[in-house]
Write a protein that binds this ligand. Structure first.
Ligand code: AP5
Length: 215
């Protein structure tokens, strides 16, 4: 498999970019989306995860490592993957590299000043029907309250995008991030992406980095 991981703070734009890049041959896997789907479906995994997510805490490593191992074991070995939201900790990064078929070849670190993150997250709206993401100020839908992609009127705020939970998520992120960046720096696969640009400019930068890595 060819696996590129998307690193960066909550709200730095990982999901927005990964969704735009699926038409260049990469499959997008977001652990946050997988957990929210499990909660919606009322599975045991969803029940376990909900308590952590509602508080802005990380779901324990063994649960997340099993989820990714199980998901990837069902994929063809020539899959090209953008992995968003995993790893969040060094043990998660080590678990990926421990399996020869899931070793990470590129770690794209979305770099955005912390002062911009709270506004990005509290203004996010997600379509409950198709998963498209908007921002009430920076990336609004063409018609207010209506999804551009599927026409649904179910644009909602995520339950963990309230200011209180956002601040907790950022604090959890700050505790884990330096160790994770160090891990990938030592492997010589870490690349920085300037995430304070307009979405189209970030996409162009990412495409160049992905092309030169995967050719
Ligand atoms: P998850 O769903 O992964 O959330 P996150 O990491 O907190 O990341 P986000 O999805 O919030 O941010 P993003 O970078 O994708 O930003 P987006 O593109 O949407 O995880 C949720 C929870 O699940 C965790 O707290 C944890 O409990 C659990 N979890 C998940 N994975 C786990 C793991 N591996 N281990 C343990 N627990 C785990 O953009 C944000 C906003 O900005 C949007 O409104 C967007 O429209 C806007 N925007 C995007 N780009 C731009 C731009 N260039 N300019 C202006 N606005 C922009």
């Amino acid at each position: 498999m060819q696996i590129a991981v998307l690193l960066g703070a909550p709200g730095s734009g990982k999901g927005t970019q990964a969704k735009r890049l699926t038409d260049v041959g990469f499959k997008h896997y977001s652990t946050g989306d997988m957990l929210r789907a499990a909660i919606k479906a009322g599975t045991q995994l969803g029940e376990k995860a909900r308590a952590f997510m509602d508080k802005g805490e990380l779901v324990p490593d063994p649960i997340m490592i099993d989820l990714i191992a199980d998901t990837f074991s069902k994929l063809p070995t020539d899959s090209r993957i953008l992995l968003d939201g995993f790893p969040r900790t060094v043990p998660q990064a080590e678990a990926l590299d421990a399996n020869p078929t899931t070793q990470v070849g590129l770690a794209l670190n979305f770099d955005l000043p912390e002062s911009l993150l709270v506004e990005r997250l509290t203004g996010r709206r997600t379509c409950q029907e198709c998963g498209a993401t908007y921002h009430i100020k920076f990336i609004p839908p063409k018609v207010s309250g209506v999804c551009d992609r599927c026409g649904s009127k179910a644009l909602m705020q995520r339950s963990d995008d309230t200011e209180e939970v956002v601040r907790r998520r950022l604090s959890v992120f700050n505790k884990q991030n330096a160790g994770l960046l160090d891990y990938y720096r030592k492997k010589s696969v870490l690349v920085t992406v300037r995430a304070d640009q307009p979405p189209a400019a970030i996409q162009t930068e990412l495409l160049k980095k992905l092309e030169s890595w995967s050719k």
